[in-house]
Write a protein that binds this ligand. Structure first.
Ligand SMILES: *[C@@H]1O[C@H](CO)[C@@H](O)[C@H](O)[C@H]1NC(C)=O
Ligand SMILES: *[C@@H]1O[C@H](CO)[C@@H](O)[C@H](O)[C@H]1NC(C)=O
Ligand SMILES: *[C@@H]1O[C@H](CO)[C@@H](O)[C@H](O)[C@H]1NC(C)=O
Ligand SMILES: *[C@@H]1O[C@H](CO)[C@@H](O)[C@H](O)[C@H]1NC(C)=O
Ligand SMILES: *[C@@H]1O[C@H](CO)[C@@H](O)[C@H](O)[C@H]1NC(C)=O
Ligand SMILES: *[C@@H]1O[C@H](CO)[C@@H](O)[C@H](O)[C@H]1NC(C)=O
Length: 551
């Protein structure tokens, strides 16, 4: 039977058949591994037929595989010869060492002698083993939000079903941004406007058929993105930095590949590259004298994007160093000297000047006069209260520095006091102590009855008084710097033994006298009372009478 005749027959059969409603082939498909034998079974039980026709349709053409008639089995197609066998009893078709081309639809037509025809169809699938699963990209690298990338997964094998995985999770195909186009031996995943998360895990392609599953090697594709979050650290620097301090501005950005950086001062590029700009570099370029803005930009060579950071503003201030107080040389005498203190710094711009005395603010007064710029203070006249430590404190935005000067104002002696006995009994000790406030401490001399004694100490001591110690003791205090002298005269009386005995004092005597009088009064009153109480036959008037009665 030639091809034309066979096709005519099939055409004819399409009119005749398909009316019995009895299935002669089971439900397909039948799967077989490449190279093995397969038998396509029928549902026929001892059929009687004139012809059994097995034909194959590969999707385009139908060809005759075998024709069974009472005369025997006829295999006309060369490609089936020697590897096809049909059991004439049940119609089973056995196909030896199947090839991939054997995949397709097989039809069985059974024609009886009365011309009725029964038809069945079954699909045979020759499965090739799954192998060589591999992912390829149409781009070597992609730019986030800018690229559309097509990933192609190819494999060998048949009846492949492909799955795309990110890590272990199937990629969700939304048919908008992510689309998939399946072909027989490959699949294409198209990702529009790629974002970094699309490809941040290794991508796998899985190809599977009924017999096996095969996974591609992990696939990675760099997604270039950024720069983003471009920022300088510290983001909020202090208003002022001290010149020369070890401070760095650092620019950072999230970017892939890493960004390169440039620096700007008031929008003008600075000659400095790299993520770090040091204060020293800013100073070296003569910048920073006033509060101005610094920004950085991050550039991504792949995405070609350039992003600027928010600005940071500060000024670089020289610290105050070498603070000194200059003061006139002494000596100073209270009430007679003046002093002009001047405070200066060797370097740095001073913003505030504060004067202090012994840690407390120095207050202006008629004696204490500050210069209008506070750089000096004149004290005129100096007083003893001006003894102590004078401090000037110079500050600016970044430093506070101070210097102190110890001031010694000579004064006194102030009026002398002498403490000690006024009167002693003979043989008793005497100790007179002289004191006078003075700077420097006063030298003391003692005079007895106007005559200088050898005693030069503050204390005048007589171990055992004798009568002739009676007299006047004058303590003289002399300040060698102020050249002033003050004195005080103390009188001492030395009396005979017992003269100063502790007899009853006037007060005690008065107390005793009063006590005696009170006791006497009380006694009289008691007697009077007792006499009144002596019972008489009298009444109230009697009583009055008795009261009036003399005794
Ligand atoms: C497969 O079929 C061929 C003939 O087509 C036959 O020679 C061979 O023995 C068969 N093999 C098996 C395993 O049935
Ligand atoms: C054909 O099928 C019948 C019934 O199933 C069986 O008995 C017979 O052995 C088969 N013949 C061959 C050549 O396989
Ligand atoms: C990204 O896309 C814009 C416009 O779509 C284009 O001008 C630009 O050159 C692209 N960038 C890169 C790095 O391809
Ligand atoms: C104190 O001295 C400084 C410099 O020596 C001078 O400028 C200032 O006028 C003086 N102050 C007074 C109150 O004399
Ligand atoms: C010192 O003076 C007192 C009286 O002023 C006198 O009584 C006394 O005798 C004098 N003593 C001496 C040792 O001169
Ligand atoms: C105090 O000053 C006056 C005049 O300025 C001078 O004559 C006198 O000697 C001074 N006194 C002392 C104790 O220095």
């Amino acid at each position: 039977m030639d091809l034309f005749a066979f096709k005519s027959l099939l055409f004819l059969l399409s009119f005749l058949g398909c009316c019995s409603g009895v299935d002669i082939l089971p439900e397909g498909p039948v799967d077989v591994v490449l190279g093995k034998n397969v038998t396509l079974k029928t549902l026929l039980v001892k059929p009687t037929y004139a012809f059994l026709l097995w034909s194959f349709n590969d999707g385009t053409d139908a060809v005759n595989v075998a024709t069974v008639s009472p005369a025997g089995t006829k295999v006309s197609e060369a490609k089936y010869q020697g590897r096809v066998m049909v059991n004439s009893t049940n119609g089973f078709l056995t196909l030896g060492s199947v090839k991939s081309e054997d995949s397709g639809d097989y039809a069985l037509n059974m024609i009886t002698s009365d011309g009725t025809t029964q038809t069945g169809n079954i699909e045979l699938r020759v499965l090739e083993p799954v192998s060589a699963v591999a992912i390829k990209s149409d781009l070597p690298e992609v730019v986030e939000h800018n690229s559309t990338v097509v990933l192609t997964c190819s494999a060998k094998g048949s009846f492949l079903k492909f799955t795309w995985l990110k890590g272990t999770v199937p990629i969700k195909i939304d048919d908008k941004r992510l689309t998939v186009k399946e072909e027989e031996l490959s699949t294409q995943l198209t990702i529009r406007d790629v974002v970094r998360t699309d490809l941040d895990g290794p991508i796998f392609c899985m190809a599977a058929n009924k017999l096996e599953t095969n996974k591609s090697a992990p696939f990675k594709l760099p997604v270039h993105f950024g720069p983003e979050n471009v920022a300088i650290t510290p983001a909020k620097p202090p208003e002022f930095y001290q010149a020369g301090s070890n401070v760095n501005l650092t620019c950072a950005a999230s970017s892939s590949p890493p960004a390169t950086f440039a620096w700007y001062h008031n929008k003008k590029e600075i000659k400095a590259t790299g993520p770090v700009l040091s204060l020293k570099e800013i100073e070296k370029q003569g910048l920073g004298k006033v509060a101005e803005q610094y920004t950085c930009t991050a550039t991504n060579a792949k995405t070609k994007r350039v992003i600027a950071s928010p600005g940071v503003t500060f000024a670089v201030i020289d610290p105050i160093t070498g603070v000194k107080i200059s003061a006139p040389a002494g000596p100073f005498i209270a009430g007679n000297s003046s002093a002009n203190f001047t405070c200066k710094a060797a370097s740095g711009t001073v913003k505030t000047k504060v004067w202090m005395k012994d840690g407390k603010p120095l207050v202006a007064s008629s004696r204490v006069v500050f210069s209008s710029d506070m750089s000096s203070v004149m004290i005129n006249p100096l007083q003893k209260e001006d003894n102590g430590e004078f401090t000037c404190q110079l500050s600016n935005q970044v430093t506070t520095s101070k210097a102190s000067h110890k001031m010694m104002v000579n004064y006194g002696p102030e009026p002398v006091t002498v403490k000690g006995e006024d009167a002693v009994e003979v043989n008793e000790p005497v100790s007179l102590t002289c004191a006078a406030a003075s700077m420097p401490p006063a030298n003391f001399t003692w005079k007895f009855n106007g005559t200088v004694t050898p005693v030069k100490t503050a204390q005048y001591i007589i171990e055992k008084a004798v009568y002739k110690n009676t007299g006047t003791y004058t303590c003289e205090a002399y300040n060698p710097v102020t050249k002033k002298t003050t004195k005080f005269t103390h009188t001492l009386a030395v009396k005979e033994e017992g003269a100063l005995d502790e007899g009853l004092s006037d007060g005690a005597i008065a107390g005793i006298v009063i006590g005696v009088l009170v006791a006497l009064g009380a006694a009289i009153a008691l007697i009077m009372y007792c006499r009144q109480k002596v019972p008489k036959r009298g009444n109230a008037s009697d009583y009055e009478t008795s009261v009036q009665s003399p005794y």
